[in-house]
Design a protein around this ligand. Structure first.
Ligand code: NAD
Length: 433
């Protein structure tokens, strides 16, 4: 309990929340958090828990009512982790900048772009200082900007390695979009550069932070599906513009596999918690389709895992959007359809209950996946933790994708995969990030 006196202050909706005076006599508004305790609004989740200032209010609901789930408190502007965003294309403009509004621990403080007019417009929209707008040549000057703690790389795949290494050398932590890079050796260079600089490296596998994917992973850990048997998944989207970088091998590294097939591969691994021992794969493209002169339209691959669990996956750049996964165990199944969407994922599962098999669609509140993953990165920086999806996680996917392409070149010949010698993931994200 706090030693300071507690008063009541009305909020904008007329509700009253207690407040306490700080050393300067300012009144601190206290915010009720999920556990029903009260913490200073700008103090940040972690420090609030540690401050010992938690206050419990008596419940006003009958014991038969479910407790209200309130969001954990957000950090005030001065405590947030500053992000520089590199590459101002679709993902940045349409998803990441809006996600800062949902984030609890992050703020955009710098932009990197080859198009200064666009960057300045975006900077004005988000109160980013003009002298914190860089281009690719002046990028290394981010070293002199202490507001930047994390560099988020949102460039075409072929540029991920170079900008990760340069950001690490500038003393910054790195959050890098998927796929991590173009080859396993590039991934290793990125890991080494961040390790040498003593900086964190996280790959932006948003699904691993998304509540429904996490709910299925929990069902697996709690053995609610029994012994895992099979995973099937597809991720497809019909590509338009034949001139876009995604269809150029030198910029993208491949076609449907590294861009969208990667979601199926990563889900098979993180939902099962196993690493594959063998892969068989096939790629093909519609003859004469100008979009697929350099990269594959379709990829099919099968993975075998040590327990006998198998995964059958498909990705296509020519089929209409379809993003589903189903995990089958001895005692039940769970599916997401869609499962890789930015929003609107739907989960169903079936299990025997009593003497009947019941199919359920649990109600799991949606959250902005990009805000969740950025908040996780910020928490890792603040609490000196290894990210849940560090560089090693991206490197493992890259190794498997290389084996997928090798198998496809050999018309589906089985390729053996070595088991990793050390853990690939850091601790699970907390409710704060
Ligand atoms: P985009 O084409 O919309 O944006 C790319 C940006 O990079 C543009 O602003 C472009 O001007 C800039 N750029 C700099 N040098 C370039 C060059 N040589 N060629 C082309 N563009 C260049 O792409 P995007 O959809 O924003 O994708 C960026 C990255 O984010 C990719 O690695 C992609 O895989 C990843 N991504 C991830 C998700 C996700 O859900 N996690 C979704 C979309 C994209």
């Amino acid at each position: 309990m706090p030693s300071e006196p507690i008063n009541a202050e009305p909020d904008r909706s007329g509700r009253t929340f207690p407040s306490t005076p700080d050393r300067n006599g300012r009144r601190r508004l206290l915010l009720q958090c999920a556990a029903g305790s009260l913490v200073p609004l700008w103090a940040g989740a972690a420090s609030a828990q540690q401050s010992g200032n938690a206050i419990t209010l008596p419940s006003i609901s009958a014991p038969t009512e479910a407790p209200e789930k309130l969001p954990p408190p957000a950090d005030g502007p001065s405590r947030r982790v500053g992000f520089a965003i590199v590459g101002l294309g679709h993902l940045t403009l349409e998803r990441l900048m809006p996600a800062f509004g949902q984030s609890k621990h992050c703020k955009p403080v710098a932009l990197v772009s080859g198009d200064r007019d666009k960057a300045l417009k975006l900077a004005r929209q988000h109160d980013i200082r003009e002298d914190a707008v860089y281009d690719y040549r002046s990028f290394d000057r981010i070293a002199q900007n202490p507001e930047i703690e994390v560099v988020y790389i949102v460039l075409p795949n072929s540029m991920h390695a170079e900008y990760t290494v340069r950001a690490a050398r500038a003393g910054k932590h790195v959050l890098c979009e998927k796929p991590m890079a173009m080859s396993a050796s590039e991934c290793q260079q990125m890991i080494d550069a961040c390790r040498t600089a003593g900086r964190k490296l996280m790959v932006a596998y948003r699904s691993q932070y998304e509540p429904m994917n996490r709910a299925i992973r929990k069902m697996v850990v709690d053995k609610q599906l029994g012994t895992l048997k099979e995973f099937i998944s597809t991720n497809s989207q019909n590509q338009g513009d034949p001139n876009q970088w995604r269809l150029k091998k030198a910029l993208a590294g491949g076609g449907a596999l590294p861009d969208i097939g990667l979601y199926c591969l990563n889900a098979a691994r993180f939902l099962s918690g196993e690493e594959p021992t063998e892969v068989m794969a096939w790629t093909d493209s519609t003859p004469g389709d100008v979009r697929f002169r350099e990269v594959e339209e379709n990829v099919h691959f099968m993975l075998r895992f040590p327990s006998g669990f198998r995964a059958t996956c498909h990705a296509s750049y020519g089929a209409h959007k379809s993003q589903m996964l189903r995990l089958m165990g001895s005692d039940g199944w769970a599916e997401l359809d869609p499962g890789y969407a930015y929003e609107g994922n739907r989960m169903r599962y079936a299990r025997k209950e009593g003497d009947r098999v019941v199919t359920s669609e649990p109600s799991i509140p949606q959250k902005d996946q990009f805000a969740l993953e950025m908040d996780h990165m910020a928490e890792c920086v603040r609490t000196d933790r290894t990210p849940h999806t560090p560089g090693e996680e991206g490197l493992q996917d890259q190794r498997i994708m290389e084996a997928i392409y090798a198998s496809a070149r050999a018309n589906g010949k089985a390729m053996a995969l070595a088991q990793p010698s050390s853990p690939l993931r850091g601790p699970e994200p907390t409710s704060n990030g």
